[in-house]
Write a protein that binds this ligand. Structure first.
Ligand code: C5P
Length: 237
């Protein structure tokens, strides 16, 4: 462990339901059963009935991370966040722009919803950031935007495990680092360029691990999820 919050190992695993339909999501969550307590719903399932499914997951006792990466004028973000609070989500992503973050924080006040910021998308390198009109290296931008998000009162960020290792000592223990790009030893990397095993990511300072295809495409998804939880447990000791 590297100075992060105290969370049960099983609750640190967030399975990304990157699936085309609610029927597929129902099948997978049924197969995973008690092995998984936390699910992420993003664009693909969200725009295919996934928000109603999110309500069902919450009603059945699961936690839901809505990875909607909101960014709009403050009024629109705030109204959207009010609806998301009513839905019962535990985590929500917004882009790390000050107005957007502040509007989300104002709208969730008094609720258990945690707001996570997306600093620089992990598919962006220095050239992509320059092409988008911003100056400076990705790592510097990530550090600056993370500190800005923390100072505004944002609960954490989505970042690679490499970024967790860089940020954890700078940002303190109470800022959540939520990390995709996780691959159990021997799993296919897919299109992820910077991958780490669950154990290494926890050791690097990540609080929550987001895992999609290694679980969703597995022949035995429950066994893979249990193996990831075991790996997290080993790192958390
Ligand atoms: O299938 P895989 O494990 O690569 O899925 C990772 C999940 O994390 C996907 O839902 C992806 O959208 C999300 N994610 C990511 N990189 C980011 C932010 C989110 O891979 N920077």
């Amino acid at each position: 462990m590297s100075g992060q919050a105290k969370i049960e190992p099983r609750d640190r695993l967030i399975v990304a339901l990157d699936l085309p339909s609610v029927a597929d999501a129902e099948r997978l969550t049924w197969r995973l059963g008690d092995a998984v307590t936390f699910y992420k719903i993003g664009y693909q399932l969200g725009y295919a009935g996934g928000l109603d499914f999110a309500r069902e997951l919450v009603a059945s006792g699961k936690k839901v991370f809505l990875d909607l990466k909101l960014h709009d004028i403050g009024n629109t973000v705030g109204k959207g966040v009010e609806s998301i609070v009513k839905l019962g989500a535990s985590f929500l992503t917004v882009h790390a722009y000050p107005q957007t973050m502040q509007a989300a924080l104002d709208a969730r006040r008094g609720s258990p919803l945690k707001v996570l910021a997306v600093t620089i998308l992990t598919s962006y390198n220095d050239a992509d950031v320059a092409a988008a009109g911003y100056q400076g290296h990705v790592a510097d931008q990530v550090k600056r935007k993370s500190a800005q998000a923390r100072d505004l009162g944002i609960d954490g960020i989505v970042c690679s495990a490499e970024e967790s290792a860089m940020l954890r000592p700078l940002i303190g223990p109470n800022f959540l680092l939520v990390t995709p790009g996780i691959r159990p030893a021997g799993a296919a990397s897919g299109d992820q360029k910077r991958i780490m095993t669950p154990q290494a990511a926890i050791a690097a300072g990540s609080d929550y691990l987001v895992v999609g295809r290694p679980v969703t495409e597995a022949a035995e998804p429950k066994a893979v999820a249990e193996a990831i939880v075991a790996d997290i447990t080993a790192a958390a000791k």
